[in-house]
Design a protein around this ligand. Structure first.
Ligand code: CP
Length: 310
């Protein structure tokens, strides 16, 4: 069984395959009747050890729209609180004959650890600072809908690059598909040797924005800071916040993205986040359901006696 631990494990044609598979679900989800029986009889467990709105709900909706039985395990209400280990929790879910397990965890590498121990595909819903592959796939699908091609596209990702699994997965995905990726962060929040990921680093946001086709904003991940010096929210907005004035520096038709949750008035102003025709933030959420439907379908094909993927 093959899971989805990261974009790092995917070839460019496999990324494109998942984007292509998601298109049918984009269309289905826009109709009143959204239900299919493709995954009828399958049990999908969403095990979330960190908070989530978008990822948890869209995985749940995705599984249900495909006809699977979906159950959610919130760590805060589970026996993890009584001292049960991650591996014992995973073995417990495995013994219930789950057909796919979706995991979000605060530790980088936790999802890979579990994937090696259970008998079904494991999908990474975000692990520490490592990867958030379905976020990168939904972002790529959103960009493809708006811009058609990745070649020649300049994408600027600005924010807490150091702690961001979204940035890491998006860098891997977008560079793999042929986009030019710029990353921008305060010095304390830029990973060392980031150039090795085939991106151009900036500390000056105005320079990073010049001529960009897509501007992807990230929040400060205050819960992951380990003593890094960061500016105050007011100072951060001054240096790295996306304002209407700043957006003028990007390409005339530049699009604005944010994976959420947003801190309005810090990394992005409300009048930019809500800019009709330019902000794709709610479109990203829409694409998230379609991408997760595609991933659940493709990754359970073997279990359903169908040919595995790619
Ligand atoms: N983008 C994202 O992962 O959001 P949630 O934390 O709400 O799932």
């Amino acid at each position: 069984h093959r899971g989805l631990v990261g974009i790092a494990g995917l070839a460019p044609h496999e990324i494109m395959f998942l984007l292509d598979e998601a298109e049918q679900w984009v269309q289905l989800n826009r109709h009143a009747q959204k239900h299919r029986n493709l995954l009828a009889g399958l049990t999908i467990i969403n095990a979330f050890f960190e908070n989530s709105t978008r990822t948890l709900l869209s995985f749940e909706i995705a599984g249900k729209r495909l006809g699977a039985d979906v159950v959610n395990m919130h760590a805060a209400q589970s026996s993890v609180k009584k001292g049960e280990t991650l591996i014992d929790t995973a073995m417990t879910l495995n013994a219930m004959h789950a057909d796919a397990i979706v995991i979000r965890h605060g530790s980088s590498g936790a999802v890979r650890l579990i994937a090696g121990k259970v008998d079904c595909p494991v999908l990474n819903a975000g692990d520490g600072q490592h990867e958030h592959p379905t976020q990168a796939l939904l972002d790529a699908l959103t960009i493809r809908h708006a811009k058609r091609a990745f070649n020649g596209l300049t994408v600027t990702i600005c924010g807490d690059i150091l702690h961001s699994r979204v940035a890491r997965s998006n860098i891997l995905c977008l560079t793999s598909l042929g986009a030019d990726v710029r990353v921008c962060a305060p010095p304390a929040l830029m990973p060392e040797a980031i150039e090795a990921m085939n991106v151009t680093p900036f500390h000056d946001f105005d320079a990073a924005l010049a001529g960009a086709d897509v501007v992807m904003m990230l929040r400060l991940q205050l819960e992951r800071m380990q003593g890094q010096f960061i500016p105050s929210p007011r100072e951060y907005r001054h240096l790295y916040g996306l304002t209407l004035d700043r957006l003028e520096r990007a390409a005339p038709d530049a699009l604005v993205m944010h994976p959420g949750p947003m801190n309005r008035g810090v990394e992005i102003d409300s009048n930019v986040a809500d800019l009709v025709g330019r902000s794709l933030i709610t479109r990203q959420v829409e694409m998230g359901v379609a991408i997760r439907m595609a991933c659940l379908d493709v990754l359970t094909r073997k279990a359903r006696g169908l040919e595995g993927w790619a």
